[in-house]
Design a protein around this ligand. Structure first.
Ligand code: ZN
Length: 592
């Protein structure tokens, strides 16, 4: 075995107790006392998660003799100094019961882990090559288990894994090691080749997926994206790790794979016609994570080069990585021929509606939303809609506005496609982190335009996007529909048959009347309110009417008088103008 490699073993030692046993063996530990740490967060999910809290036991040894460990902080340990030449092994028992794309999960049906949850980082030795021995659980009931991961089998090493087998895999360094999630179990496996790159799809969980349909559609999407950035693709192979559950949605991007959580009903089934909404959602998720293979895994903010796994990594650019990716995820479905233009306009209208329903868009800029992701976007509470804007949704709309601005100001000579391709060539292919103003700089360079106003207004400021005007130039009409009832100024939820206020909008009728988040609405003008009749009650009233409200705050009855506001924005609708003759030549190129 390569003497300078850091060697890990991971063993689902007790699936019923959700415990992995993980060892990290360092051949040349720091003579001053080797330190080890587990990351506090996982790239792609911008929240401090303190994965080390799931370590339930940790011990160290050298050549069979115990070595004492001193815990320095919530996720760092230091081993007693050893004589030069003596190796050091640290073994952890790790609890794994987080069925999300961000953590680790283990039971008798399968195992899934991200390296950030299980592999200690030998501090100061992050650049050393790594070997990892992925071991099966013991017992005949696990005989059908195999392994899905984009990690490379360690060919030439003793115990090297075969593709999809247990055994030893390799990574060039710690950063690469933890960027390849691993699934073990009796999953369904499908395969396709896109632009010469083998793509595996491993589906875990009970499902009736029509894998032929899925592979055919994903092949179109992946080929379109590889050609978009230019062949050859930056990865040698790619793996979609899909976990199908009853209800669930999530994805996390990696350099050569993605972990996806979906509702099994969103997967295609035999005999399915067209692209139903659920399947469209799933393909959009696949397309989103796949686009990240370029945009955020390789073109990435300078603040992430290298990642600091101990703390928050601040950047104002998440809108460019998540927003532009959100713009292209659905667009790739259209441009690869998987969905049609009407489907696509419906998806875009949904994003516009989302943003327009969020008053926080006039409080927080995209740059601020990106920077504060760690403490705001990822930690939503009752006040979030008032003060936070999604850098995904509004970021996608800024990408749309930028695309249309570039196209209309250059007679369709330059588009956001050119900007992405140049970002890829300058920063992605070269592994140089993007400076904070990279998108603006490259866009100005591509189009030979001054875009300072655009970025000041829409990225660093909170000015409303001129989407109606921009879309009209391209023959698409944007219309807004208001609600049919006067407004209480609240977002409600059905809680066990009662109307609970989730968010009370700033300056709205409910806030002026003294209602608060968490209040249970009981009656309007002396009549009982239920989730099923709230709209009917409000529909018989007018903006400006004063109404009597009874509500519970905790267990105390409160009564107030509320003056109803005019109906508020409900939904955006996009339609194609007939016989549009726009000022822009070749406008038919957009959207696809
Ligand atoms: Zn994303």
């Amino acid at each position: 075995m390569n003497k300078s490699s850091i060697c890990y073993t991971i063993h689902p030692s007790n699936p019923e107790a959700h415990r992995f046993t993980v060892t990290c063996r360092v051949p040349h530990p720091d003579p001053a006392g080797q330190c080890f740490a587990l990351p506090a967060w996982i790239p792609g999910s911008y929240l401090i998660r303190d994965f080390a809290r799931h370590i339930v036991a940790i011990r160290a040894e050298s050549e069979g003799k115990p070595v004492s460990l001193n815990k320095l902080d919530k996720h760092t340990w230091q081993a007693r100094p050893l004589a030069v030449g003596r190796p050091l092994s640290v073994t952890c028992e790790i609890h794994a019961w987080d069925l999300s794309v961000r953590g680790a999960h283990l039971d008798a049906t399968h195992a899934f882990f991200n390296g950030t949850s299980v592999f200690l980082r030998a501090i100061g030795q992050e650049d050393a090559p790594c070997l990892v021995d992925i071991q099966p659980p013991e017992g005949r009931s696990f005989a059908s288990w195999r392994v899905a991961t984009a990690l490379e089998p360690a060919r030439g090493e003793p115990g090297a894994a075969k593709r999809h087998g247990f055994g030893v895999y390799r990574a060039a360094c710690y950063d690469e090691l933890i960027d390849h999630p691993v699934e073990m179990g009796a999953f369904t496996l499908a395969r396709f080749v896109a632009c010469g790159v083998t793509h595996d799809i491993a589906i875990t969980g009970r499902h009736d997926c029509d894998v032929e349909r899925l592979t055919a559609d994903l092949k179109h999407i992946c080929e379109w994206q590889i050609r978009f950035f230019g062949e050859p693709a930056p990865m040698k192979r790619y793996v979609f790790l899909v976990t199908a559950v009853g209800e669930g949605y999530g994805g996390l991007e990696h350099r050569a794979s993605t972990a996806l959580l979906c509702s099994r009903n969103d997967l295609p089934y035999r005999g399915m016609r067209g692209v139903p909404e659920g399947y469209r959602t799933f393909l959009g998720l696949c397309s989103h994570e796949y686009f990240h293979t370029w945009n955020v895994k390789r073109i990435k903010p300078a603040a992430f080069v290298p990642y600091d796994f101990n703390r928050e990594n601040y950047t104002t650019q998440l809108w460019a990585f998540e927003g532009i990716t959100s713009y292209y995820d659905d667009l790739a479905l259209l441009r690869s021929g998987v969905i049609d233009r009407n489907d696509w306009l419906e998806l875009l209208a949904k994003t516009i509606s989302n943003v327009q329903r969020t008053p926080g868009r006039s409080r927080q800029s995209l740059a601020e939303s990106s920077f504060d992701a760690w403490s705001k976007f990822y930690r939503p509470d009752e006040n979030t809609p008032n003060v936070v804007v999604s850098y995904y949704a509004k970021g996608a709309l800024v990408a749309l506005a930028l695309d249309l601005t570039l196209r209309s100001k250059t007679a369709n000579r330059v588009s956001l496609d050119d900007v992405m391709q140049r970002l890829w060539q300058r920063y992605g292919m070269t592994n140089i982190g993007t400076p904070e103003n990279a998108v603006r700089q490259i866009a100005e360079e591509c189009a030979n335009l001054d875009l300072s106003r655009f970025f000041a207004d829409y990225v660093n400021g909170t000015r409303e996007l001129p989407l109606k005007k921009l879309l009209a130039t391209f023959g698409i009409t944007l219309e807004s529909e208001n609600a049919k009832t006067p407004s209480l100024g609240v977002k409600t939820t059905n809680e066990n048959g009662e109307v609970k206020l989730v968010t009370v909008f700033d300056g709205g009728a409910a806030q002026r009347a003294g209602l608060a988040s968490g209040d249970i609405l009981l009656a309007i003008n002396g009549l009982r309110v239920a989730p099923t009749n709230l709209d009917k009650l409000l529909g018989r009233l007018q903006a400006g009417d004063a109404i009597n409200i009874h509500a519970f705050r905790r267990d105390e009855l409160i009564e107030c008088r509320l003056r109803l506001d005019p109906p508020t924005f409900e939904a955006a609708r996009l339609t194609v103008k007939k016989n549009h003759k726009g000022p822009v030549s070749r406008q038919a190129q957009w959207p696809g």
